[in-house]
Design a binder for this molecule. Structure first.
Ligand SMILES: [Fe+2]
Length: 301
């Protein structure tokens, strides 16, 4: 981590502060205190004598709870709970926590990349896409005011390798953004078309332009080994890391003039509009003016 990244200012944006964030796999939290960072604030976490997780920033104790095998906390006062993932309660699901990967970019850039199907043939060639079939078919994206989420539905894409254990077919996908920095993919498994795999991208924003992220999966898959499932997801995410770390600016521009939209960017446009409606300031830029810091300067400068 560079000094510039570590010294990024601590978040004061209430929209970002009043959310829940995954900060560690539950099994990794012991009685030994660990130091970490969330939204630019130093935090520490440990288990007390009764096994409860304690999270602090300085002397201040933070709300903490365990869900989906992770410890979640908030620096603010969320008016809602940790996201509901109904499939997590289904006993026949494979639970795959894919491991933390540090990525030098903002959380909204990670979410946007996760929503983007157009990069499949080029970034995940011969796995999630094929250069012979680069087109993104029309799909719907919308802000759902009743649940305050962004959804992209009826997405389909030809994938040479849809899952760890299944070759070539037209993948049926839906995307859900349940909070500004939490995105999920629902994927119809080829063998069980009446159910959906769930892949959540858990993001811990360490600073405005540095994140830890971990794919968490609840899968319908009886054939693949744990190692095969892990290898598949980690390979894909490491390919994504190279792409997002090279996007500039590191913060996601909310001004539509900043980047030229295409049809494939439908979900991204809806996501940006939703962030703007919320008044989010952390990890985004609001105008297409000059870079605010060296981290946002174009590459090569
Ligand atoms: Fe990707």
């Amino acid at each position: 981590m560079t000094t510039e990244q570590m010294n990024h200012p601590a978040c004061v944006d209430p929209v970002a502060l009043n959310e829940w964030y995954p900060i560690e796999n539950a099994y990794a939290v012991t009685s030994q205190s660990q130091s970490s960072r969330l939204l630019g604030h130093p935090i520490s976490l440990r288990r007390d004598d009764s096994g409860q997780v304690e999270v602090r920033t300085g002397e201040r104790g933070l709300a903490a709870l365990e869900r989906y095998g992770f410890v979640w906390t908030s620096l603010g006062q969320p008016d809602h709970g940790v996201v509901e993932i109904a499939e997590a309660a289904e006993p026949d699901r494979r639970y795959v926590a894919c491991g933390w990967i540090t990525v030098r970019t903002s959380a909204p850039r990670l979410v946007e990349n996760f929503l983007d199907m157009a990069h499949f043939p080029f970034v995940h060639a011969d796995i999630l896409g094929s250069e012979q079939y680069p087109q993104v078919a029309a799909y719907q994206s919308e802000i759902r005011p009743d649940v305050d989420e962004v959804w992209a539905t009826n997405c389909s894409f030809f994938q040479p390798k849809v899952t760890a254990g299944h070759a070539g077919s037209l993948a049926q996908l839906s995307y859900r953004v349940s909070s500004p920095f939490l995105v999920m993919l629902y994927r119809v498994p080829p063998e069980t078309p009446d159910r959906q795999d769930v892949i959540a991208l858990l993001i811990q924003p360490l600073t405005e332009v540095l994140c830890r992220a971990q794919p968490l999966e609840y899968l319908i898959d009886t054939g693949s080994s744990d190692v095969a499932l892990l290898d598949f997801e980690q390979k894909i995410f490491l390919q994504d890391r190279i792409i997002v770390e090279n996007q500039r600016p590191l913060r996601l521009p909310l001004d539509p003039r900043a980047e030229i939209p295409t049809r494939a960017d439908n979900a991204s446009i809806t996501y940006r509009r939703w962030l703007k409606q919320k008044g989010l300031r952390y990890g985004v830029t609001w105008d297409a003016g000059p870079p605010r810091s060296p981290a946002d300067a174009p590459k090569g400068n």
